[in-house]
Design a protein around this ligand. Structure first.
Ligand SMILES: [Zn+2]
Length: 444
């Protein structure tokens, strides 16, 4: 299995820290707003990564944080005359609803900054004790100059960074690149620390949480490409200072979702919120996973129609297959793999093993649709049909697609058989009546 490691900029063999286990951490949202469909891309993609590792029998520990202490939250809480906690609580619930809405799993470890405050403070204090951080007028800064290969992840060198216009001038810092670990403030929610009252900077929370949840270097740290610098670079600097490792063996970054030709941004107002999406989550997942995760996705209003058609095609064939097996009471029998089906499965694995090439893996799903159509048209053993169904189920599991199909009740099966009987006997009136009934029940 190969993963493109953003740290080395290379495709590398995936060798987990502990055989058979995968520890992964994804930077989560700052909870002061609803997420838009661009934010949903990592939510869908890294969920698919988890699902694939689980399909390959890895034991996965998946963590993703909530940033519930942040300037944006404080500003908005003041604006809305509410507390930071209430605001955060509201948008944590909203986020998890959206995660569920796009078909991603919600049963993962969800650390919050407020729950990890003691640990974040200890982390910062340790950096100070070891000389990697310093206090300045109540703030605490990280001493970037002490990290030899700072800039390695984002491929920037220190001189370029210093001359870069984006670095703010701040007399309190020894070096313009030094970043804030703790900010002295009396606006909004604040916490007591040995180095003064204030609140933590954003870059420490993830490393402190990873340290406490996993206790060592993890396998995969992921997030959107926008987090590469400075957030992830600064996470690495801190882990290197304390532990001499780079937080994760593999760094993975997903590309942006562009909207109407430009980057989707809240300030432009050209956003579609996940909560406002009216399409089938299966369609949205197919759309998201049909582009390789490192490439940008261009979203246009009509693009989803194509994926609706695509999903309808997949669903129709699967439903026929399911119904045929169910009516013959063969949903749970023995499966017999056909050589063509085996080839399709191998293509799927090869695609996913090559840096999670979901577009190619979806092609394997489309091949399965074609093959199943053939199988349904010819006289095929139930064992082979069942193995086609199992393959569908595996693919659906990894992509996070749901059909919601349930085995028919005995009454419904009887109804179906009566319809068939009426057709065979050319009793068209009864057949029509029964067909309408079956359609009403969603069986046909
Ligand atoms: Zn983070």
């Amino acid at each position: 299995m190969k993963i493109f490691n953003s740290f080395t900029n290379q495709l590398e063999d995936f060798v987990p820290v502990h055989p058979g286990k995968v520890n992964m951490y994804i930077c989560g949202p700052t909870v002061y707003n609803y997420i838009h469909i661009g934010n949903a891309r990592p939510v869908i993609f890294f969920d698919t990564v988890r699902r694939y590792f689980e399909h390959r029998d890895f034991e996965v520990t998946f963590a993703s944080n909530f940033t519930d202490v942040d300037d944006k939250i404080i500003t908005k809480a003041i604006e809305l005359e509410t507390t930071e906690q209430e605001l955060a609580e509201k948008f944590i619930t909203a986020f998890l609803n959206d995660v569920e809405k796009v078909g991603s799993m919600t049963d993962y470890i969800k650390p919050r900054v407020t729950d990890y405050m003691d640990k974040i403070i200890v982390y910062i204090q340790t950096l100070i004790d070891k000389g990697y951080a310093y206090k300045s007028e109540g703030d605490v800064y990280f001493r970037v100059g002490k990290i030899d290969d700072y800039g390695q992840l984002s491929n920037r060198n220190i001189d370029d960074l210093i001359s870069g216009a984006r670095i703010e001038v701040n007399d309190k810092k020894e070096n313009p690149l030094d970043f804030t670990l703790w900010k002295k403030t009396d606006v909004g929610i604040t916490f007591d620390a040995p180095f003064g009252r204030g609140r933590p900077g954003w870059h420490t929370e993830c490393v402190a949480m990873i340290d406490n949840i996993f206790g060592e270097e993890i396998d995969i740290h992921g997030g959107g490409s926008g987090l590469l610098f400075p957030h992830h670079e600064n996470e690495i600097a801190q882990a290197e200072a304390l532990h001499g490792h780079h937080v994760a063996k593999y760094w993975m970054h997903n590309g942006l979702l562009n909207f109407g030709g430009g980057k989707m941004s809240k300030s432009d107002g050209n956003v579609i919120l996940v909560k406002d999406l009216t399409i089938d989550p299966n369609v949205f997942r197919l759309f998201t996973l049909s582009t390789h995760y490192r490439s940008p996705i261009n979203f246009t209003d009509d693009v989803l129609d194509n994926y609706q058609t695509e999903w309808d095609k997949i669903y129709r064939v699967y439903k026929q297959l399911y119904l045929k097996l169910d009516l013959a009471d063969q949903l749970y029998g023995n499966a017999k793999i056909d050589p063509d089906l085996l080839l399709i499965y191998k293509d799927f694995l090869a695609a996913m093993d090559q840096d999670f090439n979901t577009p190619n893996a979806i092609t394997a799903l489309q091949d399965l649709v074609k093959k199943t159509n053939q199988l349904l048209r010819t006289k095929t053993d139930f064992e082979v049909l069942l193995s086609a169904k199992k393959l569908f189920d595996d693919f659906f599991d990894v992509f996070g697609l749901k059909t919601g199909l349930q085995p028919l009740s005995k009454d419904d099966k009887d109804l179906y058989h009566k319809w068939n009987e009426a057709r065979t006997n050319k009793d068209f009136d009864t057949a029509d009546e029964l067909r309408n009934l079956l359609q009403e029940k969603g069986i046909l």
